[in-house]
Design a protein around this ligand. Structure first.
Ligand code: SF4
Length: 228
C-alpha cells in the first residue's frame, strides 16, 4: 500500500506535498542558511522520501516509533500529521549492516542533542536503499549530504579527503575500523570497484519537479503554481 498518494489535490508529487506539510513551503523555496533551518529541511526531506516508499514510516526512516513521534512533535509541531496514521507502527529490528553504519556515525558525532542521534539512525537506514545516498535521503543535491555529515559527524566526514561516494566511504571506514569486508585490495587505484567508490553521484532529486527546472531557468514560481 502506498503510504501517500502519488499526486495530491494540488497536483504536486507526493514527496513534495509531504515536505510542504512539514515545512510549509515547496522544497525549492526552503531557506536553509541557518543550522536550525537546515536540520529541519534535512529531517523533512528524509521523512518525505521515506513516505514515498510506502510501508511503516518508522521502519523506512530507521527510528523507533516513539522517537519518530518525538521528532515530529518537537520539530514540526504545526504539521497536521493525523493523516499519517496508517503509516505509523513499531519498526522491526534493524539488520546488522544498518546497525554497523549507525554505530559508525554515532561514534563520531560533532553535535549534541537528539537531531544528530536521529540522523545517525536515519542516514544508516536510508543507506540500505539502492540509489545514491543523497537521493534516498530526499535531499535536493549531494552537497546537502556533505553539509549534513560535516555538521553532525565531522570527525568522520573530514576523513573523506578523496571525495568518495558517501555510502561507499562508510563501508571503507568499516573496512578499516571493524574488519567489514568490502575492499578486495588495500589500495583503491588497483581495485576493480574504483568507479563504484569514486564515480560521480549525479542524479535527480526525489524532491525535484518541473518547478525547480523552471526556477533554474530564471522563471517565476508563481506562474508555474498558477498553471498547476
Ligand atoms: S575502490 Fe576498492 S579498495 Fe578502494 S574503497 Fe572502493 S572497494 Fe575499497
Amino acid at each position: 500500500m502506498d503510504a501517500v498518494p502519488a499526486q495530491t489535490g494540488r497536483g504536486e508529487p507526493a514527496g513534495i506535498a509531504f515536505y510542504r506539510l512539514l515545512i510549509g513551503c515547496h522544497p525549492a523555496e526552503a531557506d536553509i542558511g541557518g543550522d536550525h533551518d537546515f536540520d529541519r529541511h534535512v529531517l523533512a526531506c528524509i521523512l518525505a522520501a521515506a513516505a514515498m516508499d510506502g510501508g511503516l514510516l518508522a521502519e523506512r526512516v530507521g527510528v523507533a516509533e516513539h522517537d519518530l513521534n518525538d521528532l515530529l512533535s518537537r520539530h514540526f509541531p504545526q504539521a497536521d500529521i493525523r493523516g499519517l496514521g496508517s503509516m505509523q507502527g513499531p519498526a522491526p529490528a534493524d539488520d546488522d549492516e544498518t546497525i554497523m553504519v549507525r554505530d559508525l556515525l554515532l561514534a563520531q558525532r560533532s553535535t549534541e542533542g537528539d537531531v544528530g542521534y536521529w540522523l545517525a539512525a536515519m542516514v544508516a537506514r536510508r543507506a540500505m536503499e539502492p540509489n545514491h545516498l543523497w537521493e534516498d535521503l530526499g535531499l535536493r543535491e549531494r552537497p546537502e549530504l556533505s553539509r549534513l555529515l560535516m555538521r553532525h559527524f565531522a570527525p568522520l566526514a573530514i576523513r573523506n579527503t578523496k571525495n568518495m561516494r558517501w555510502k561507499r566511504f562508510f563501508y571503507r571506514m568499516l573496512c578499516e575500523d571493524d574488519g567489514f569486508v568490502m575492499c578486495t585490495t588495500p589500495v583503491c587505484t588497483q581495485c576493480n570497484d574504483f568507479d563504484l567508490c569514486f564515480g560521480e553521484e549525479s542524479g535527480e532529486s526525489r524532491m525535484a519537479d518541473r518547478r525547480r527546472e523552471f526556477l533554474r531557468g530564471g522563471g517565476d514560481l508563481s506562474e508555474v503554481s498558477a498553471r498547476s
